[in-house]
Ligand binder design. Sequence first.
Ligand SMILES: [Zn+2]
Length: 271
Amino acid sequence: MIFLAFVEVTVRDRNGIADLKPGTFPGGTITSIRCQTVSPHRVLKPSSRWTSLRKNQTMSHALTVRWTIEPTTAPRPWLACSRCRGQRPFVCSGKTRLNANGRRLDAWLIYRCADCGDSWNRPVFERKNVRDVAPDTLDALQNNDRAWIHGVAFDVEDLRRSTTRIEEFPDCRVSHHVLAGRLEGSMRLEILFTAPTVVSVRTDRLLAAELGVSRSRLARLAETDRVILMPETRRSLQRPIKDGARIVIDLSAEADWAEIVERAQGGSPPA
Ligand SMILES: [Zn+2]
């Protein structure tokens, strides 16, 4: 019996551009190479469509942009509030608490019940030897460092260790950065998504809002392979945006392609 394993290799330079052809790195230096095994089905079927779209893209004008997506509202854990006598959403207070017991440290991020203000301490770490705590972390905990607290408050995966019921918010801020290509005459768009924090906005909702096109139109474009998202999964347009994902949109058959391209790089089309 023969077993086949397919490995997907993603090569990134410092701008996050991934391409295996030499000489196509705008940034020059490769900074990371990621390998992962994928199912043969995923490698064979979508990649041929992807390759043909990328081939078309290099034949005509294309614009490559990076969208950096940051959620603006932190996820809220729902917990039993003893004062309200029921499940309530808790909101991060922006304050930490650090307790020392000899060489052992406990650290928490303090949340407040949205209704009554009662507190809940979210464990950051417990009974940790002071030697094992990074100096930056210790400094942030002692000074209620805003950036550090922001990072923990938006870390929904870590929050899942404390509770199973979490309210997530799709609102986010998008910053646009043109990486390569011409702003004028580009009928094909390549968008690279950077999401340093987990975001819960659906891919098609974000695209619709940013590009000014309806979700049904995006779905129609996807049906004819004019919108392709990588990595491609089942119903990928309906799933939340993933860090490192990229999308190619062929707008050559769209009358308003120039407006869409304008919006993709953060501008608003002329009225
Ligand atoms: Zn309460």
